[in-house]
Design a protein around this ligand. Structure first.
Ligand code: SF4
Length: 366
C-alpha cells in the first residue's frame, strides 16, 4: 500500500543546524498553504489505497488542530486510509494537553516528538525553543492523551555527551512512554548558521561518536527498543510503518513544497518554494529519476535495515549472477571483519557495520 506524506513548511524560528525546508509561520501563510494543499489532494488523479499518513516539516502542529483534522478528513475522503498509521511531528514547546487531545480525536495515532536532548545546555547549543522539562512534559501529556505510539528524536555527537548520559536519556524517554527513538548524528549542513568552526569545535570527532552510537544501541536494547534501521529503534511491532516504505521501496506520495514521491515507478519532488506551491493550480513536480534501478535501490536501502537483504530477492530484481558473486565475496570479507552477518543468503550489517554503512554499501555496488 501507498504512504502519504504532507510537508508543512512552517516553524516558529529556524534552528541553526536545520536544513529542512521551512520558514517563519504566519497566519496568512498557513491560510494560503492550506488552500493549495487541499487543491492538490482533491485533484490527485488516482484513488490510492494508503495505510500511512505522515505530517512532517517544519512544525506541522503550527497549522492548528482544526486544519490538521481537515486534512486527515480530506485524505480519508480522497484516498482509502483504512487502519492507517497517522503520524504528526511536533515540538515540545508547541505541544499542550488540549491540542494533543484534539489531535487524537482527529485520528492522529502516532507522535514524533522533537526532543533532541534532555540536557538544557545541549538544547541551548542546538538553539531549540524548549528545555528538558518541557520535553518531558510533552511526553507525559502525550501518554495521558492516550497516544500509545510515541517516538522521540535524539541528537548525538555534542561534546560532553557520554554513554552514561545517553543511557540516562533513553531510560527517561522510555519511562515517559516513548516506544520509538530516532537517533541522529549531528552534522553540519553547508549554508546553515552551524557551518562555522566554533560550532565544529563543539562537536565530537568520529571515533567518539562511534563509541557513543554503539553504546546507544546497547542502551536502547536494554530498554526494550530493538534497532530496526541505522538510526531507528522501536518496541516490538511499533516500527515506523511510514518510514519503512522509504527503505523497502514501497510507493509514497508527497504533498507540499520539498516533498518527495515514489509513485508508479518514478521518483519526483516538489521544489522548495512555498510561493510557487501556493500560486500553482497543481503542485509543480520535478522528476529526479524516471526509471530507478530497483535492484540497486534494494541493496542500498535494504542494508540500512537490521533485517538486511536477501540475495535471492536481489536476483529476482535483476542483479546479474556475476554481480551477485561479487557481493557474496564482499559480504564474506565484511563478515570476517565483524561488519555483517551472512547466513542463508541474507546479509545484515552488525552494529559496527552500521557505523560504516556508507562505505560498505558503496563497495557492494561498485
Ligand atoms: S523545529 Fe525542526 S524543522 Fe523547524 S527549524 Fe527546528 S529542526 Fe528544523
Amino acid at each position: 500500500m501507498t504512504g502519504i506524506y504532507i510537508h508543512v513548511p512552517f516553524c516558529e524560528r529556524k534552528c541553526p543546524y536545520c536544513a529542512f525546508y521551512s520558514g517563519k509561520v504566519s497566519a496568512a501563510g498557513v491560510c494560503a498553504y492550506m488552500e493549495a494543499l487541499k487543491r492538490n489532494i482533491i485533484s490527485f488523479p488516482d484513488a490510492v489505497k494508503a495505510d500511512t499518513l505522515y505530517f512532517g516539516g517544519g512544525t506541522p502542529a503550527l497549522l492548528g488542530t482544526d486544519n490538521i483534522a481537515e486534512i486527515i478528513a480530506l485524505c480519508r475522503e480522497r484516498f482509502t486510509l483504512d487502519d492507517a498509521e497517522i503520524t504528526l511531528e511536533t515540538n515540545p514547546n508547541s505541544t499542550d494537553r488540549e491540542m494533543l487531545e484534539r489531535l487524537r480525536t482527529a485520528g492522529v495515532n502516532r507522535l514524533s516528538i522533537g526532543v533532541q536532548s534532555l540536557n538544557d545546555t545541549e538544547l541551548s547549543f542546538l538553539g531549540r525553543l524548549h528545555n528538558a522539562r518541557q520535553a518531558e512534559d510533552a511526553l507525559r501529556l502525550a501518554s495521558e492523551a492516550d497516544f500509545e505510539n510515541i517516538s522521540a528524536d535524539l541528537m548525538i555527537g555534542i561534546k560532553g555527551q557520554t554513554p552514561d548520559s545517553l543511557r540516562d536519556s533513553v531510560a527517561r524517554l522510555s519511562s515517559l512512554g516513548a516506544v520509538h527513538i530516532s537517533a541522529y548524528m549531528i552534522s553540519v549542513e553547508p549554508g546553515t548558521p552551524f557551518d562555522r568552526d566554533e560550532v565544529r569545535d563543539k562537536l565530537m570527532d568520529e571515533n567518539d561518536i562511534a563509541e557513543l552510537y554503539i553504546s546507544l544501541m546497547e542502551s536502547c536494547k536494554d530498554f526494550g527498543l530493538e534497532q530496526y534501521e541505522i538510526s531507528n529503534f522501536a518496541s516490538a511491532d511499533l516500527v515506523s510503518r511510514h518510514n519503512m516504505k522509504y527503505w523497502q521501496g514501497d510507493d509514497y506520495l508527497g504533498f507540499g513544497p520539498s516533498a518527495h514521491s515514489f509513485y508508479k515507478g518514478v521518483r519526483y519532488y516538489v521544489p522548495k518554494d512555498l510561493t510557487l506551491f501556493i500560486s500553482s493550480d497543481r503542485q509543480p513536480e520535478i522528476v529526479s529519476d524516471p526509471e530507478p534501478d530497483r535492484a540497486e535501490e534494494y541493496i542500498m536501502l535494504g542494508l540500512r535495515l537490521s533485517k538486511g537483504i536477501s540475495l535471492e530477492k536481489a536476483a529476482s530484481l535483476g542483479v546479474p549472477a556475476e554481480k551477485l558473486r561479487y557481493i557474496e565475496t564482499r559480504a564474506e570479507l565484511c563478515k570476517k571483519n565483524g561488519l555483517c552477518t551472512f547466513d542463508n543468503g541474507i546479509i545484515a550489517l552488525t552494529p559496527r557495520g552500521m557505523l560504516v554503512s556508507n562505505s560498505i554499501i558503496t563497495s557492494f555496488l561498485a
